[in-house]
Design a protein around this ligand. Structure first.
Ligand SMILES: Nc1ncnc2c1ncn2[C@@H]1O[C@H](COP(=O)(O)OP(=O)(O)OP(=O)(O)O)[C@@H](O)[C@H]1O
Length: 309
């Protein structure tokens, strides 16, 4: 797949010297959905604003479809649609006019068939003549997407598309985003919701303190998530893992009161039965057992706090 967005050593210092982006490098392939996860203040909005030309970079370069966002601003910007975090719609305008107007801002000729199509795709067709103020929050968010799509961008940025949206509407939004990708639009979304990244993204990027800490295929992350830990608590502590249990690759828990076994949930044989039999055969008496799944959340929290997941 070809690269549609290329970010090289992008830095942004705000007036006063605060460095919000500290040398971001990122390549985005045409047609993918990339979810950018990061805590508050990580630099997600700054990154999007810089790519979209709302904020100017201090240094570094960004190209969209091969167009430099500084030297070929118009061509680059025309390829981008931005769905902002905040709902900034004109309350007395109708849905249809609001979307048409957005297209006009990009100097594109009127195209009613295209606008009709966008409104239908976003389930706004029935509301096309309604004023914005008559819409629910979820519908307003869809109008923001319709506006962002009105000039036929190839790359769509969604800045926290489901912040404050209830679970059902969030799932509707996920469907909308997946359908947009089917239609060939590349999507970059920022989110605080890990399940949102799990549900939609092809790749997941983690940003914190103005730096990209990881960009990985979601399926690889899911494979990591597939790990589970079984902790076997012992009545009498042991100083080391008994030799008889060597084949199980166990770790010793705190104070020698437990043995920890990591296994792959998806594996046909987890090895738990043999392990427990061998533990008993080694003369160890159990007081309890517990299991714990490492999740994308663990990986995320570990990365952001600078520890291993
Ligand atoms: N105009 C500005 N002037 C000075 N500092 C700013 C400005 N805009 C953002 N910042 C700072 O830059 C950092 C990154 O902010 P940004 O809004 O990009 O984070 P974010 O990841 O989008 O956060 P959130 O998840 O809370 O939306 C923050 O520390 C913020 O205070």
């Amino acid at each position: 797949m070809s690269t549609i967005l290329s970010i090289t050593d992008l830095r942004k210092s705000y007036a006063g010297g605060f460095e919000a982006l500290k040398g971001v490098n990122l390549e985005i392939a045409e047609g993918e959905i990339l979810a950018l996860l990061g805590p508050n203040g990580a630099g997600k909005t700054t990154l999007i604003s810089t790519i979209c030309g709302i904020t100017t970079a201090t240094s570094g370069s960004v190209t969209v479809g091969g167009h430099c966002i500084e030297r070929e601003y118009r061509a680059a910007r025309a390829m981008i649609g931005l769905v902002p975090q905040e709902i900034n719609l004109e309350p007395f305008e109708t849905v249809m006019n609001s979307v048409r107007f957005s297209r006009g801002l990009f100097g594109k000729p009127r195209n009613d068939a295209l606008i009709d199509d966008i409104l239908k795709k976003l389930s706004l067709w029935d509301k096309r003549s309604s004023q914005i103020k008559e819409l629910s929050g979820g519908m307003k968010r869809r109008v923001l997407i319709a506006k962002a799509l009105s000039h036929e961008p190839r790359v769509l940025f969604l800045d926290e598309p489901t912040a404050g949206v209830d679970v059902e509407l969030r799932k509707d939004m996920w469907d909308v985003v997946r359908e947009l990708r089917e239609s060939g639009v590349t999507i970059i979304l920022t989110t605080h919701y890990i399940e949102e990244a799990e549900a939609m993204a092809d790749r997941v990027g983690v940003i914190a303190g103005g730096e990209i800490l990881l960009v990985e295929e979601k399926s690889d992350l899911m494979a990591r998530m597939g790990k589970k830990e079984l902790q076997v608590f012992l009545i009498d502590p042991v100083a080391t893992v008994p030799e008889a249990l060597d084949q199980h690759e166990l770790r010793l828990g705190e104070d020698g009161h437990s043995l920890i076994y990591t296994y792959d949930v998806k594996a046909e044989r987890t090895g738990i039965t043999t392990l427990l039999n061998d533990v008993a055969a080694a003369g160890l008496v159990l007081s309890d057992v517990s299991t714990r799944q490492s999740s994308l959340e663990d990986i995320f929290v570990g990365l952001v706090s600078g520890e291993d997941a």
